[in-house]
Design a protein. Structure first.
Length: 392
C-alpha cells in the first residue's frame, strides 16, 4: 500500500463540508496511512467523533483536557507523530488563528507545534473567502510555506454560487500523496544546480555582490533529490542551508563558479538559479583608503551562455531577475543563452525576489509563456522540475 507507515494528522474545523472528510479518511486508510483526527467542538456538531473513530481506527481528539485518555502532552505528541498535518475543512476562523499565532484549542495548538508539512483546504462562504482579512491571512500562511488546496466554484450550502467549496476528497488525497510520496521521475538523471551569489573583490577587505540568499537553489536541490535525481550543487555566498545528499561545490567568484560548472560532465539538466556577479574590477593589492576613488568594470564570463553552447541534448533552465521590461529581457536571454526556458522573476513584486520564501515567476519559452501567482519557493521548484522532467 502506497502510504503504509505514514502518519497523517487530520484537523477538522466546523463547517458543512465536514461530511466530505469521511471519504478522505477512507481513502487514506485504504492506502495504508495511519490517521489521527482532531476535531473542533463546532466540527463535532456536523459529524459525530464516533464516525471518525470508526473510520480511522483511532480515538478522536476534541478536548485539550480530556481526562479519560492516557495522559501525555497530546498536542505535542500528535505534532511529533505527524508526517503531514492537514486541516480540512479549514474555516476562516482556524486560518485566522494560524496566521496570527493564536492557539486556544486542540487543533490550533497542535498545528502550531508541528514541524512537518502543513496543508490547509479552505471552505467557507464566497464573501468570507474574498474578504480582505481572509486573503491577508491566507497569504501570510503561504509565505510561511503552508500548502493550500483550493476547491472549485459551485453551489454552496448557504445558497450562493461561487468560490468557497471544499476540494473534493479525491483531490485532497492526491495532494497529500504528492507530499508523502514524491514522484521518482528523475531517477537516473544528473542535475546541476547553481545557487547563491558570487562576489567581485575590490581590495583585500571589500567586495561587490547581490542579495541572493540561495533559498531558491536549496529548494530546487531538495525537490530534485526527492524525485530521485543525482544533484550537483554549485553555490556561491548563501544564507540558506546547504542541501543534504548532494555533491556540494562551494565557490566565491563568478570565474570559480564557471570553472566548477565546466568541470561537470554527463549532466542531463542545468538549472542556473545562482545570481553571479556580471562585472568585476581590478583588485587593489592593499585596502583602499582614498577619500575618493573610481572603479573600472568589465564583464565577467557568462556561465549560462557557455552552457547553452555546449549542452547538446541536455536541458538548460536560465533565470532572469528583472526590474523593468521584464518579458522583453527574458525573451532576449532565452535566445542569447540557447535556453530551453527561462524563469522570469520580477523582483519588484510583493513577496518576490531575493531573500523571500515566496516568489512570483513566469516561464518563458520560444513560443509561449506560463504565468504563476505567488507561491512558495518549494512550489516554484516543483513546477520547474515538472517542466524539466517533461523535456528530458
Amino acid at each position: 500500500m502506497k502510504l503504509e507507515g505514514k502518519n497523517v494528522v487530520l484537523g477538522i474545523a466546523g463547517g458543512i463540508a465536514v461530511y466530505k472528510i469521511c471519504t478522505l479518511v477512507r481513502l487514506l486508510k485504504k492506502n495504508g496511512a495511519n490517521v489521527d483526527v482532531i476535531m473542533t467542538k463546532h466540527a463535532a456538531e456536523f459529524v459525530s467523533p464516533l464516525t471518525f473513530e470508526t473510520l480511522s481506527g483511532n480515538p478522536v481528539t476534541t478536548d485539550m483536557f480530556d481526562r479519560q485518555r492516557k495522559w501525555e502532552v497530546e498536542h505535542v505528541s500528535l505534532a511529533k507523530k505527524a508526517d503531514i498535518f492537514v486541516i480540512a475543512p479549514a474555516t476562516a476562523n482556524i486560518i485566522g488563528k494560524l496566521a496570527n499565532g493564536i492557539a486556544d484549542d486542540m487543533l490550533s495548538t497542535t498545528a502550531m507545534a508541528t514541524k512537518c508539512p502543513l496543508m490547509v483546504a479552505p471552505a467557507m462562504n464566497t464573501a468570507m473567502l474574498e474578504s480582505q482579512s481572509f486573503q491577508e491571512n491566507i497569504e501570510t500562511l503561504k509565505k510561511r510555506g503552508v500548502l493550500t488546496v483550493d476547491g472549485d466554484k459551485g453551489f454552496l450550502a448557504c445558497g450562493d454560487n461561487g468560490s468557497g467549496r471544499l476540494a473534493e476528497p479525491e483531490v485532497l488525497y492526491q495532494e497529500i500523496e504528492k507530499v508523502l510520496m514524491p514522484c521518482q521521475d528523475l531517477v537516473g538523471k544528473k542535475i546541476l544546480i547553481t545557487s547563491g551569489a558570487t562576489i567581485a573583490k575590490i581590495d583585500p577587505v571589500r567586495f561587490l555582490t547581490n542579495y541572493s540568499s540561495g533559498k531558491m537553489g536549496l529548494q530546487l536541490a531538495n525537490v530534485a533529490k526527492s524525485r530521485g535525481a543525482e544533484v550537483v550543487f554549485v553555490t556561491g555566498r548563501h544564507t540558506a542551508p546547504l542541501p543534504d545528499h548532494a555533491t556540494v561545490i562551494e565557490v566565491e567568484t563568478t570565474e570559480q563558479m564557471f570553472n566548477a560548472v565546466k568541470d561537470q560532465v554527463d549532466v542531463d539538466a542545468y538549472i542556473m538559479s545562482a545570481a553571479p556577479c556580471d562585472y568585476k574590477v581590478d583588485v587593489a593589492p592593499k585596502k583602499i583608503k582614498d577619500s575618493k576613488f573610481s572603479l573600472t568594470f568589465e564583464k565577467t564570463v557568462d556561465i549560462a551562455k557557455f552552457v547553452g553552447e555546449i549542452k547538446g541534448d541536455s536541458i538548460l533552465v536560465a533565470f532572469s531577475a528583472e526590474t523593468d521590461n521584464c518579458l522583453q529581457n527574458a525573451r532576449a536571454k532565452l535566445l542569447s543563452k540557447n535556453a530551453d526556458f527561462v524563469v522570469l522573476n520580477d523582483v519588484t513584486q510583493l513577496g518576490a525576489g531575493f531573500n523571500h520564501d515566496t516568489n512570483v515567476v513566469t516561464f518563458v519559452y520560444k513560443d509561449k509563456i506560463k504565468e504563476f501567482g505567488l507561491e512558495t519557493k518549494k512550489k516554484v521548484a516543483e513546477n520547474i522540475l515538472d517542466e524539466v522532467s517533461k523535456l528530458l
